[in-house]
Unconditional design. Structure first.
Length: 138
């Protein structure tokens, strides 16, 4: 277990440092998703406030409450605020949830690709090391 934790810590450090092309690709994908999601969150909060501010019975009454609502929707955890009342805000809600599901799937695929490629790279490094040690001892 300790060995697995060390490998994971080393891989995480290498992702932050972009130590190899595969580490750089993962880092760049994660950064892109985070930046795009923050922008979408802010835009959706502004739209939710615009759509809901005059709706009777809405709980989205300020940019803060709109931002809280949009952030929880994008995190797919929902919130204690009631669903939007206006039709445009309901459409926005569905689009935001579809985006959130797409982000989760995209990140899962990115991490899966990363682990697959890194597994092959580590196996190849082991084969080269064994071949070099076999050649050295022969």
């Amino acid at each position: 277990m300790v060995t697995i934790m060390r490998i994971a810590a080393r891989e995480l450090r290498d992702v932050f440092r972009a130590a190899t092309p595969v580490h750089r690709a993962l880092r760049d994908r994660v950064i892109l998703v985070v930046v795009v999601t923050v922008v979408i969150d802010l835009v959706c909060a502004a739209l939710a406030l615009l759509f809901e501010r005059h709706a009777k019975g809405t709980e989205i009454e300020s940019f803060g409450s709109a931002l809280f609502w949009s952030s929880t929707q994008l995190l797919t955890v929902s919130s204690q605020l009631r669903n939007p009342i206006s039709a445009p805000a309901r459409v926005l809600d569905v689009l935001m949830e579809a985006y959130a599901i797409s982000v989760v799937a995209t990140l899962a695929g990115s991490f899966g690709t990363f682990f697959h490629v890194r597994g092959h790279e580590r196996a190849e490094a082991r084969r080269r090391a064994e071949a070099a040690s076999g050649t050295a001892s022969a």
